[in-house]
Write a protein that binds this ligand. Sequence first.
Ligand SMILES: Nc1ncnc2c1ncn2[C@@H]1O[C@H](COP(=O)(O)OP(=O)(O)O)[C@@H](O)[C@H]1O
Ligand SMILES: [Mg+2]
Length: 354
Amino acid sequence: MAQLSLKNIGKSFDGTDVIRDVSLDVADGELVCLLGPSGSGKSTILRMVGGFETPDRGSILIDGQDVTLILPEKRPTGMVFQSHALWSHMSVADNVAFGLKLRRMPRREIQAKVADALGLVGLKDYGTRRVWQLSGGQQQRVAIARALVLEPKILLLDEPFASLDQHLREHLREELRDIQRRLGITTLFVTHGQDEALALADRIVVLQQGDLEQVASPDRMYRAPETRFVAGFIGSMNFLACDMRHGRADHPLFPVEAPVADGPVELAIRPEALTVAPARAPQAKVHRTTDYGSHLLVDIDLADGTRVKAMCPPSARFAAGDGVTLTADRVTLFRGQKKLAEVSPRPARELSHA
Ligand SMILES: Nc1ncnc2c1ncn2[C@@H]1O[C@H](COP(=O)(O)OP(=O)(O)O)[C@@H](O)[C@H]1O
Ligand SMILES: [Mg+2]
């Protein structure tokens, strides 16, 4: 049971700011995902919380206690690295026991705790195996057991499943989520995969170039992105450039109205917010369809050459070359990075009934 606070953390390497001014509170038992492109500073933040890097500015508090300058092994944190760094010549049990032995815990107690930790990650009968005999997924489970056995207050994971294939990654993600819930352990999880963040997190922190772009629940992050960067980074998004004039967008297909000053804007529309209909007087033309089973993804070329993606029900029948019309039932307006407005124009079908 623990609470983590980062207060105005800054860090530079070789004179370059890598983390600018990051403040974040993680609640007791919460799982927070740090999500961002490669090089955005995710690992650096995690390593500072774990004590493997020291911030240049700011402080890190665990349950109100300042741990900023405390050595990693003296911190109540447990870290799982991207490459698990297990000792491949040692047995699974010895790998997990290592940290407890350093603490000079009695052997019986160590055995019991190691057995518990291996049980937790589904490797109850694997204690005597050598690490090199295990699959990649099993090795990552050992790495998680090795972190958990020390009963850290805060669990830190740096892209732990990045090297695994997709099915295994999704499976381990669900297992980790179950373990995390059961133990109620406060967790920071680094990933560059938006799927992973959306699936795992209570809250997501989107990082870009050492700054927090947005901190929000997966639901809010997807449905109410605060910046253009987040809108484009999480999920798939169509961006359409046009101008606002007298409160109306001059886009021929989406003349949305919003109380926005005149000037250039981008209309951001999710593929699932677009409705595609066959048309005698088409506004756009189907370029390609991709059948995902659960839905049909339709790439559509607008008259100005812009290509948009629309998500249609699996039963939809469109083919390359079909003329179509488009309506959008949710549009977000951005100017530069800034969100100006969210509008829900009534779909044209409804208007035609009115
Ligand atoms: N020890 C280091 N020395 C110099 N530069 C570093 C060091 N660690 C990280 N960096 C730089 O800091 C930036 C952020 O790195 P990192 O935190 O690893 O990003 P991420 O984990 O989001 O991919 C990168 O530009 C990286 O090259
Ligand atoms: Mg990293």
